[in-house]
Design a protein around this ligand. Sequence first.
Ligand code: FAD
Length: 404
Amino acid sequence: QRGVVIIGAGHGGSQIGFSLRQDGYDGPIHLVSDEPDLPYHKPPLSKAYLKDASQDVQILRAEKAYADARIELALGRKVEAIDRQARAIRFADGATLSYDRLVIATGATNRKLTIAGHDLAGLHSIRTRADAAHLREAMQTAGDIVVIGGGFIGLEAAATFAALGKRVTVIELAPFILGRAVSPVVAAHVDAEYRKLGIRVLTATGIERLEDDAGKVKAVRLTDGTTVLADLVLVGIGAVPNDALARDAGLACDNGIVVDEMLATTDPAIFAIGDVANFPHAHAGRRVRLESVQNASDQAKHVARTIMGKLEPYRETPWFWSDQGHMKLQMAGLSFGADRHVRSGALGEPAFSVYHYAGDRLLAVDSVNRPGDHMVARRLIAAGISPSDTDLAEGPDRLKSLIG
Ligand code: FAD
């Protein structure tokens, strides 16, 4: 029996084997990762792990749990190719591993800078434990840090750098930080809070090149001709899906591996989940590729059920969190197509939520330091319940009562 082979042991890949066992699967399970570490939590890499040099990564499960569940781990082994004819994956040394079902959970890679100076020493990005360890070491001696890109990961790190007493500048090309991911009200709030912390936030700002001193970055030259001093640069300009294996194997790819509502690729024996999967989203009515722990974990559970013959379309409500200094941002649902945005809580309050509607239909809720709102929002969206403006004005107890 060939069994199930999983490529990538991040949040998605490492979940599948356990879900399969829970659902009664008895065949062989192989979990392959090109990283040498036991699967670990990625979110702390830009949060607690960065802040506290005594912290180690938090593993997702102890090694014994894999053995107990009869999940064969192959760590530090990069998969080089998928042979769909032979139903096998191939490693660099020529060794192969055969499958009945293959799950691709290869995640994403940080997008690289292409401007002059992109290859200087002193440039960092965070994706793996190794990246974060390298950055944590280098930042000890850095005084001036520039974060290129005002996305979640870069901004989380910026808050940490500032808390450690560094002079921090965030440079964002778009007119707002967190441009595509949260409502403008939330982005403006985070921007204002960061300025209060002494972080310089330069929006609508282009970069011409990075300047160096003997091969090491020393400043960032902006398109307006000014420069910002930097002895360390963190690049956080988004991620691209690791879909090359699938592409080379002839599977349809378009901003990630194209899967159907069951998360199957164009080869029914192969599934793709997590950051690498481009899937039709049931509520949003369009294809999306999401980068979140919830998405990777829920899709893993779903594919396990599908492999066990329980065929249902994937319909989980997406949610996401980000810890920005003293602010906990939590997002539920997807706000594509929203035409109305209702804010709860008075302007200027440090804790509030923004409710996104298309007409009367609630699509998504962004919360700042309101975990209670977030939990209720997830349940409202999953149940397809849309509170009226009066319900929102009445507050959390009213919203809770709608769920019943
Ligand atoms: P990953 O967890 O990225 O795992 C993919 C694995 O596959 C990697 O180990 C990779 O090396 C391996 N791989 C790739 N190619 C091959 C190959 N050819 N052969 C073998 N192995 C291969 N999400 C949140 O919800 N909240 C947060 O606060 C948050 N913070 C984050 C902070 C950081 C610094 C990062 C990097 C991510 C954060 N995320 C957060 C996103 C979240 O971690 C990802 O969405 C999640 O890890 C995706 O899971 P995955 O299984 O799809 O991929």
